[in-house]
Design a protein around this ligand. Structure first.
Ligand code: NAD
Length: 478
């Protein structure tokens, strides 16, 4: 579906994120015919580049980050024609008048802040001082949105001086994934799941975001953050909300976000014994975390596992186990909802374990699998086995269209459409920090050391124990 004509300004248009995600994503939307003819993309960054030089950089980014089969010469040329570059100083006067002259009336104006968060306030201020942003303009801001409640509040306040909440789009690209949205469809468009979606029928939930990469190259940055700030406060928290929230009255941005906020507010403080922090050790010829972080005494966690409780009627007594880490066995993000045993066993099955699990897989191979019990085929009597009812989105979507937008593409198009459903609201972000802050402060005050784990493993030993002592086990990371 085409969107309205737009002028999209990318502050930081020469940076890493713009090169890897934003510009290749926009090219793909252009290729898919979703970008109206007259739309323009304006790069605004510190370097003194001409239009031609920036276009050459963007062509390089497309060559590097767009799959070969999507690299169409004519389309690339057409896309590059829509690009203009303005050298700008976020903290000075250079470039702002030129940018103002470039902006057109009667088109959607969007400003993507793909720069360090320390510049958000400067840019917001100048956009409004120069009358570049109007009441219909949108701004897009990237993570990290603060590093604790105080800094997140300060950021919200700076932006609120110049923009209303309805104009601010805080990106969490996890929310742009096809499966994440499908999770809402599965929950709220089927009668099948919602009646069972509560403590009475659900044993526990596991949320895993495992990476194989380490912090190589960005170690110094990451060392100030750690897994809790970098992954749990935003991505894992958002996934938890979508699983746990009540049905919104309508699929409307504020209705959805109101329900997510209620979940975050209902999270119980986490006990120290319910958290495991880890740091990857050296191994396989690769240096360990501390060496990457250029700080041999670093206590920053590259892995964290937690047992979380939600204090409301629906989830009374249902643990949510969250874990995320770097340099683990495989790259895998998934949510697994494990249902309780049937109340009475009629089969004399050796295993005696009749488990239904709904697995929602975000990457790789997005899809959902519902594990159900069936009879083992053949003459062996009434023996049971677990089989998956499979819904691989790659297959399902291949039948509909080849052109499924990735998370960034979808979210940028949502900005142009003015749909905030898949973006975090300011109060949500603050509530999430209010929950994570005491955990991080606890570590700092106790001077806790993360447990070392082997690269390529599934994390520290203690994380296994976190589940074992409850008589449960983590799903294999694969
Ligand atoms: P980067 O350092 O690669 O790029 C920064 C950009 O900002 C450059 O284009 C630079 O010219 C511009 N810039 C710097 N100072 C400026 C100034 N005073 N005036 C005008 N422009 C200025 O950074 P990045 O990795 O692209 O990250 C950008 C933002 O996106 C950060 O907030 C980062 O946390 C966030 N982010 C990045 C990634 C990623 O994969 N790179 C992922 C998630 C979030």
């Amino acid at each position: 579906i085409p969107v309205d004509v737009f002028d999209l300004v990318i502050f930081g248009g020469t940076g890493d994120l713009a090169r890897r995600k934003v510009l290749p994503g926009l090219y793909r939307r252009f290729l898919a015919g979703q970008m109206p003819e007259d739309s323009r993309i304006i790069g605004a960054a510190r370097g003194e580049l001409t239009d031609a030089e920036w276009r050459a950089q963007v062509a390089g980014a497309i060559a590097e980050f767009v799959p070969k089969e999507k690299q169409d010469k004519t389309a690339i040329a057409g896309f590059l024609e829509r690009l203009t570059y303005v050298p700008i100083d976020a903290r000075g006067t250079t470039g702002w008048e030129r940018l103002k002259e470039l902006m057109r009336e009667n088109v959607v104006r969007a400003f993507y802040f793909s720069v360090a968060p320390g510049l958000f306030g400067d840019i917001a201020q100048r956009l409004s001082d120069h009358g570049i942003a109007d009441a219909w303009s949108r701004i897009v801001v990237e993570k990290p949105f603060g590093r604790d409640l105080t800094s997140a509040r300060a950021l919200n306040e700076v932006l609120a001086r110049h923009f209303t909440e309805a104009q601010i789009y805080r990106i969490d690209h996890y929310l742009g994934k096809e499966t994440v949205q499908n999770l809402m469809a599965v929950r709220f468009a089927n009668i099948l799941f919602e009646p069972l979606w509560k403590a009475e029928y659900i044993d526990h939930v596991q949320i895993t975001v495992a990476e194989t990469v380490g912090v190589d190259g960005r170690g110094a940055y990451y060392d100030k953050s750690g897994a809790m700030r970098d992954m749990v406060q935003n991505h894992l928290m958002q996934l938890l909300c979508l699983i746990a929230m009540e049905p919104p009255w309508h699929f409307d941005p504020d209705a959805v976000r109101d329900e997510k906020l209620k979940v975050i507010r209902a999270l119980k403080p986490v006990l120290a014994q319910d958290i495991v922090r880890g740091q990857y050790a050296a191994g396989g010829g690769e240096p360990g975390y501390a060496e990457h972080a250029e700080n041999s005494a670093s206590r920053t966690e590259s892995y964290v596992a937690l047992k979380v409780a939600i204090s409301n009627w629906r989830w009374q007594g249902v643990p949510f186990y969250l874990r995320t880490g770097k340099r683990l066995r495989a790259r895998a993000s998934e949510i697994a909802v494990t249902f309780k045993q049937p109340p009475h066993a009629i089969f004399d099955d050796a295993k005696g374990w009749h488990e239904n699990v709904l697995v929602i897989r975000l990457q790789p191979d997005e899809g959902m699998h519902l594990w159900v019990m069936i009879k083992e085929p053949g003459p062996g009597g009434m023996r049971l086995m677990q089989v998956p009812l499979d819904m691989s989105f790659a297959d399902a979507l291949a039948e509909v269209s080849e052109d499924v937008p990735d998370a960034y593409e979808r979210l940028i198009m949502d900005v142009i459409r003015g749909n905030q459903t898949l973006f975090m609201r300011g109060d949500e972000v603050e509530a999430a920090w209010a929950w994570t802050d005491p955990i991080i402060e606890g570590w700092e005050s106790r001077d806790d050391r993360p447990q070392l784990y082997d690269p390529g493993s599934s994390g520290p030993e203690d994380a296994l124990m976190l589940m074992h002592r409850d008589g449960r086990r983590w799903r294999e990371i694969r």
